[in-house]
Design a binder for this molecule. Structure first.
Ligand code: ADP
Ligand code: MG
Length: 338
């Protein structure tokens, strides 16, 4: 039985269909991410699961129970927001205990559970500090502890790392994922950041204009996007038109071959000209204009070359090649070239 089942979920705000007949099933213990651009309906979906918004149509089941008409406090879920919402005048310990105090959990147990939760988020010994004495990443972990101390069945997280800078965010991605594995709680995680979704999730649902366009494990979504929107949003859109169909192939799957050298047997080969070269340190990005129209981005690791050498490729005629199984057909439109 799924932990979360959402069927035909719809929410309108006047003319705007914020969430448009969404179906989702999330398994117990899964790290499930809702990924999509701003305005695609992620937060509204999360808020309906939490009970902060009432759906216009559809149902929400948590562990098999229809909770669609239950208020938030009667649902086995907790939410972690981007802005932490910690009480500044309380200590870390008091912040984490707060929800248990409201539920009248006795003091001794409260203290013990809060300490356990702080240990889980690697903040043992920080209980007496005030939120202002913590870093951004530590504050976010207090917010997490405050949610898991309630032992929810499902934890809902709306862009919880959005306020952190890149390095800290990447660190917290790894930590959040390992905390989730340890506590075993189902995570429903909202982000607009494709890298975050790809690194942390067991499965990703890609949102576009209130609809879910694809659901699958990170590698499936990245390597076999089912629509041109997904190809462009989760990675770089490399679209090729051939035989009246449209295909994508990811930039790192494509190899550059000098004219005159033998292409790999069985690979798909296209002649073209290097329009532009960007040296990015670990790799180089090439923009290749194909002879029969369209442009492809190609990523090549800088295994040996110095920057001056790779930049010399600009203007060169060459061929690009890839294995046919690394193409994905995009079904939403046909024909035409880029
Ligand atoms: P996301 O979280 O993916 O950025 P949201 O779920 O917040 O998207 O918003 C989806 C759409 O619904 C947007 O067009 C947004 O403007 C609209 N919307 C969300 N909340 C409200 C609201 N309370 N009133 C009116 N429109 C809203
Ligand atoms: Mg949002």
């Amino acid at each position: 039985m799924p932990d979360v089942r959402v069927s035909g979920l719809t929410k309108r705000y006047g003319e705007v269909v914020a969430v448009d007949a969404i179906d989702l099933e999330i398994a117990p213990g899964e790290f499930f991410t809702m990924l999509g651009p701003s305005g695609s309906g992620k937060t509204t979906t999360l808020r309906m699961i939490a009970g902060f918004e009432i759906p216009d149509e559809g149902t929400i089941e948590l562990a098999g129970e229809d909770v669609s008409r239950l208020p938030p406090y009667d649902r086995p879920v907790n939410t972690v927001f981007q802005d932490y919402a910690l009480f500044p005048h309380m200590t870390v310990q008091q912040n984490v205990e707060y929800g248990l105090m409201v539920k009248r959990v006795p003091k001794g147990e409260r203290r013990k559970r809060a300490e356990e939760a702080l240990e889980m988020v690697r903040l043992a010994g920080y209980g007496e500090r005030k939120p202002s004495q913590l870093s951004g990443g530590q504050r976010q972990r207090v917010a997490l502890a405050r949610a898991i101390v309630n032992r929810p069945r499902v934890l809902l997280l709306d862009e919880p790392l959005g306020a952190l800078d890149l390095k800290l965010r990447q660190q917290m991605q790894v930590e959040l994922k390992s905390i989730q594995r340890e506590v075993g709680i189902t995570f429903v995680y909202v982000t607009h950041d494709q890298e975050e979704a790809l690194t942390m999730s067991d499965r990703i649902a890609v949102f576009n204009q209130g609809r879910v366009e694809q659901v699958g494990p990170p590698a499936a979504v990245y390597e076999h996007p089912q629509s041109e929107f997904i190809a462009g949003f989760v990675g770089v859109s490399n679209v090729i038109a051939r035989d009246g169909r449209r295909y994508t192939v990811r930039p790192e799957k494509i190899r550059l071959v000098e004219n005159g050298s033998e292409p790999e047997p069985g690979w798909h080969v296209e002649p073209g000209v290097v329009q532009d070269v960007q040296y990015v340190g670990a790799f180089t990005r090439y923009h290749v204009a194909l002879d029969r129209g369209g442009e492809l981005q190609v990523l090549a690791q800088n295994l040996a070359e110095g920057s001056s050498q790779v930049l010399e490729a600009k203007g060169r005629r060459l061929r690009v090649q890839w294995r046919p199984e690394q193409e994905s057909v995009i079904d939403e439109s046909e024909g035409g070239s880029e």
